[in-house]
Design a binder for this molecule. Structure first.
Ligand code: GAR
Length: 207
């Protein structure tokens, strides 16, 4: 199964997918295209280092969001991808893309949805909010994407304890390593194997 991976930053989640393809856990998965929202995303270097085709398609380069949306759909279709993976992608997707790839786009969010999510809650911000609130567990969520932020059916979640000495950066790193980089490849594996079913906005893993 070909996948397109959309990125905006460092690309540790992209790297986790690449590493899991190499290790054989994601056997049968090919990253046919990496799309970055900006040309300074380090994820682009990771793609190049691994011989993966990439494109930079910033919304700012277009006269309207509609034109950008069309360009995104075309690039993904041309790549032959059947699944779109948002791996630290920080631009809200267009309506055309979310409709055309309905239930075929997944996102990783660095908190336990429905807490600490929604517009403005990206990158380090959920971790700052978690510590400010004093919650005792946090984690990450992989979910299907619709036209609203962090809103589609939840596929997998993984939690870690929030520790007294945590800073936002320490918590972010632990969640990336112990949660995001575990459940993102696992969700791709389950979807590729046809094991995820959605009924009334709830996902179920088929045995
Ligand atoms: C990750 O922590 C990801 O969960 C988060 O951005 C970071 C990107 O890291 N995504 C969001 O906040 C989306 N709402 P990466 O570029 O190293 O994978």
């Amino acid at each position: 199964m070909k996948i397109a991976v959309l990125v905006s930053g460092g690309g540790t989640n992209l790297q986790a997918i690449i590493d899991n393809i190499k290790s054989g856990y994601l056997e049968g998965i090919e990253i046919s295209l990496v799309i970055a929202s900006n040309d300074s995303a380090y994820a682009l270097t990771r793609a190049a280092d691994n011989g993966i085709k990439s494109a930079v398609i910033p919304v700012k380069a277009f006269d309207s969001r509609d034109e950008w949306d069309d360009a995104m759909v075309k690039a993904i279709k041309d790549s032959g991808a059947e699944l779109v993976v948002l791996a630290g992608y920080l631009t809200l997707l267009g309506k055309k893309l979310t409709h055309e790839y309905s239930n075929r786009i997944i996102n990783i969010h660095p908190a336990l949805i429905p807490s600490f999510c929604g517009a403005g809650m990206y990158g380090i911000k959920p971790h700052e909010a978690v510590l400010a609130k004093g919650v005792k567990i946090s984690g990450a969520t992989v979910h299907f994407v619709n036209e609203n932020y962090d809103d589609g059916p939840i596929i997998l979640q993984e939690a870690v304890g929030v520790l007294p000495d945590d800073t936002p950066e320490i918590l972010q790193k632990r969640i990336m390593k112990e949660c995001e980089q575990v459940i993102m490849p696992k969700a791709i594996r389950l979807i590729a194997d046809g094991k995820i079913e959605i009924k009334n906005n709830i996902t179920y893993v088929k045995e």
